[in-house]
Structures are given as C-alpha cells and as structure tokens.
Design a protein around this ligand. Structure first.
Ligand SMILES: Nc1ncnc2c1ncn2[C@@H]1O[C@H](COP(=O)(O)OP(=O)(O)OP(=O)(O)O)[C@@H](O)[C@H]1O
Ligand SMILES: [Mg+2]
Length: 225
C-alpha cells in the first residue's frame, strides 16, 4: 500500500474582505509518497490560498490537514515552524536567496536552523544536493552572481537540504524562460524517479502540468478534477 504524505480533509476557508467570502470549499484529497502533482486553475481560484493552508503557514481554516499522517494543529506556531522546516521544502516564484551568502551557505541555512546535523555534515549534505542539481561548480559564488535559472536550482537544492517529506512550489517556473522551466521540470522528474520525492506544484503552465503524474484542477475554491 502506498504511504500517504499529505492529506486534506474537508477544508473550507473564508476571507473577511470586508464581507465574508468563501475561498476554499470542501477540499478533500491525498498525495502519496513519490507523487508528482500539479495544482492548476484560473487566477484567483484559490491555489496559493490552498498551498498556504496545506503548508501550515495559514492556520485560519476549517477542516484538517495531515502531514506524514500527523494532524496539524491550528495554533502552536513553534511546532508548526519545526514541521515546515523538517518536513516541507518550499520553492517559490522568487527564490529568496540571500545575496550576502554564497550558494553553498544559502543551501545550508534550513539545515542549520533544524540543527539535526553538525555544520560539517550540513555542508557535506548541501554539496551533495548541489551535485544532484548539477550546480556544484557554483558552490562558492555569491547568490547575486548567478543567473535566474541557476538561482531557482539553488532554491530547489535548499528545499531539499532537510530531506523533506514533500516539496511544495508556488509557480516555481513562473519567472523563468522556456529553457530554464524545462530544466526545473527535468530536475523535479529526477527527484521523483531517483529519490522517490513527493511534489505538489502550483502552476499556470499547462505544458508543465500535463507532464506531471496527476493534475488537481481548481475552480472558484473547489477541486473540479
Ligand atoms: N489576504 C486576503 N484577503 C482577502 N482576500 C484574499 C486574500 N488573499 C487572497 N484573496 C482572494 O482569494 C481568492 C484566491 O486567491 P489566491 O491567491 O489563492 O488565488 P490563486 O489561484 O493563487 O491566483 P493566481 O494564479 O493569480 O496566483 C482571490 O479571489 C483573492 O482575491
Ligand atoms: Mg497564486
């Protein structure tokens, strides 16, 4: 039987804006280990809102989120911060690398925050992640001295540093040209096939979504297929 990594049970969410608007409606699904899932739908349908809920960054919702079969509390921010750092790797449209640090140091940061391994081990692990992404030659370059496509690959290496249960991305290729988008897609595919990594990626890019193993399509806050 496959192992469930992420599960959403009966999620509903409202914004008060200034009147109460329902933005997520009866969301139910689960993602198994090794799944490569894309989350698609028109602008404003609730994709980012759902990703914030699933990643525990937003706790103002009805329903239940399970990560690695464990129910996520709706308070206890320090516990949730630890879950995020340990179990979820994030890749956003913008990479949020720190320019004053080199590539290797940027990849190491979430590892140092987790403090599970020594600095030497984290450095070794960071270097291994750079190798998986074929960018180990950039290790000692400052983050502002590399290209946009390379930055996004560094951001993926950083997302991998703590061996997360799932990688969540919000338009990770949104800021990239076709060539670099394809490269990122290729890397995601490799993570799934070689490391059995689990991925949930929000994307507008239909050609990207069509190549993933499963498409979750949203409309007006609901999952339609
Ligand atoms: N903080 C907020 N307060 C009130 N309404 C919000 C807030 N954030 C988002 N919304 C609304 O909730 C709906 C869903 O927004 P969301 O950002 O999840 O859409 P999306 O599918 O990610 O869109 P896009 O593809 O453009 O990124 C939209 O109607 C948006 O205007
Ligand atoms: Mg969005």
């Amino acid at each position: 039987m496959s192992q469930i990594i992420l599960e959403a049970k009966q999620i509903n969410k409202y914004f008060e804006d200034p009147v109460r608007i329902k933005v997520l409606s009866d969301i139910n699904f689960s993602i198994n280990k090794g799944d490569f899932v894309s989350l698609t739908g028109k602008s404003g349908c609730g994709k980012s809102t759902l990703l914030y809920v699933l990643s525990t960054m937003d706790t103002a919702y009805e329903g239940e989120v399970f990560i690695d079969q464990e129910i996520m509390p709706k308070s206890n921010e320090s516990f949730l911060a630890k879950i995020r750092n340990e179990k979820i790797g994030f890749v956003f449209q913008f990479h949020y690398l720190l320019n004053e640090f080199n590539v290797l140091e940027n990849v190491m940061l979430p590892g140092q925050k987790l403090a599970k391994y020594s600095k030497e081990e984290i450095e070794h692990r960071a270097y291994e992640k750079l190798k998986i992404l074929d960018i180990e030659k950039l290790a000692f370059k400052k983050a502002n001295q590399i290209s946009g496509g390379e930055k996004q690959r560094v951001a993926i290496a950083r997302a991998l540093i703590n061996d997360p249960h799932i990688i969540m991305g919000d338009e990770p290729t949104g800021n990239l040209d076709k060539k670099n988008s394809d490269k990122v897609f290729e890397i995601f595919t490799k993570l799934v096939s070689e490391l059995n990594q689990t991925l949930l990626i929000v994307t507008h890019d239909e050609s990207f979504a069509e190549r993933t193993n499963r498409i979750i399509k949203m409309e007006d806050g609901k999952i339609i297929s």
